[in-house]
Design a protein around this ligand. Structure first.
Ligand SMILES: *Cc1c(COP(=O)(O)O)cnc(C)c1O
Length: 367
């Protein structure tokens, strides 16, 4: 089976380096919020081109902490997309703010600027821009819109590790960026992890308190925070894995290039190509096909796994049926959820496997 992710195929070298890093932490006797976390925070912030990185428990908490650090909560509205992981919206809800869903642009599946404009109100405090599938795009327009409307831009970078636009890195454009290091992400831990990145020193300080019960000095709690800390083992492992990230991202790009060049079945559509070479880190390679169920079965019969990101747009989730949204509707998101399909695109695919996926897609026909 050609899998969506294949951790067992990782090079022995990386595993050995991870074992050594774990041993270092175990022998240090210090397990939560220590030198390893500080060191990884510095490395990741610097890779993002920002001044501060605050290690947290996961990507969802990074979004919630970013919002809460900006005092966004009850009575405030935050605009985002229904075509995302549930965590993006759950983070907004947990901050106390009201999510407002804008539609996507069908060619990229990213938030549509026009739809976001229709969702703006006097209560709008922020836009959570999800760099879906690993794509960063049109950052100048987003920055211009946020400046004009005086709303914060929060980037959900859970799928876009170190993707760049005009040379700047995902997470460095907005007031804050939220990274996830869930195992299947482009940079993943051996468990949960996340980081908030920002250039705003006040926001960074507040986030540092919020991740640790709202504690300012030991046993002093001027505000009510959460428990969302990155632990030393995960930080040490992430420092190791980060050294392979550029190579892994490059592998993903080669696979995506091969798919783009060679997939030529007229009933399988590709999303629009990245507008700049490094503006996409191919967390997922997504196609669309109106005969998706048949295509998925065909692939599976030939030993190719595929997944759907995402089969249910947020406003069709039982808990979100009445969520505020673009008055013109969310029809592009609904259509995308019905025909999108993610193909294997992990860094350890062999040339034969890539060819097999392409071949499978190209030979698929309706009876
Ligand atoms: C994975 C993901 C998250 C949540 O990250 P966790 O670390 O699992 O909390 C948020 N947004 C998007 C777009 C994601 O893909």
């Amino acid at each position: 089976m050609i899998l969506m992710n294949n951790f067992k195929a990782e090079p022995a070298e990386i595993k050995e380096a991870m074992v050594a890093a774990s041993r270092r932490v175990i022998e240090s006797g210090w397990f939560v919020l220590g030198e390893e976390v500080i060191s990884f925070e510095k490395k990741w912030a610097s890779a993002c081109g920002v001044s501060f990185g605050i290690g947290v428990g996961n990507g969802m908490d990074a979004i919630e902490i970013a919002l809460r650090s900006l005092n966004i909560g009850f009575g405030d509205e935050v605009i985002t997309t229904p075509m995302t992981a549930f965590a993006s919206v759950l983070a907004i809800l947990r901050s106390g703010a009201t999510p407002v869903l804008a539609d996507i642009d069908p060619s990229s599946a990213l938030l549509s600027l026009q739809s976001v404009q229709r969702c703006l109100s006097s209560k709008t405090k922020a836009i959570v821009l999800v760099h879906l599938y690993g794509q960063v795009r049109d950052m100048n327009s987003w920055l211009a819109l946020c400046a004009t409307e005086k709303v914060h831009l929060i980037e959900d970078c859970a799928q876009s590790h170190l993707a760049t636009w005009d040379g700047s890195v995902a997470g460095s454009f907005g007031t804050a960026g939220a990274y996830s290091f869930y195992p299947t992400k482009n940079l993943g831990a051996i468990g949960d992890g996340g980081m908030l990145v920002t250039n705003d020193s006040q926001l960074a300080e507040k986030a540092q308190r919020l991740r640790n019960y709202g504690q300012s000095a030991r046993y002093e709690h001027p505000e009510l925070g959460m428990n969302s800390r990155l632990d030393e083992i995960q930080a040490a492992l992430l420092s190791v894995r980060m050294e392979w990230l550029a190579e892994f991202t490059n592998n993903r790009r080669l696979i995506a290039d091969a798919y783009r060049l060679n997939i030529n079945n007229p009933i399988v559509k590709l999303l629009s190509a990245p507008q700049q070479p490094n503006a996409h880190v191919h967390h997922l390679f997504v196609v669309s096909c109106i005969h998706r169920a048949k295509l998925q079965k065909y692939l599976s019969d030939y030993g190719v796994q595929s997944l759907i990101h995402y089969p249910i747009p947020i406003h069709h989730q039982q808990t979100c049926l009445r969520m505020n949204r673009d008055p013109m509707g969310l029809t592009n998101s609904e259509a995308h959820s019905e025909d999108c399909l993610s193909l294997p695109c992990h860094p350890f695919m062999t040339v034969q496997e890539i060819e097999k996926v392409i071949n499978c897609i190209n030979t698929f026909k309706l009876n």
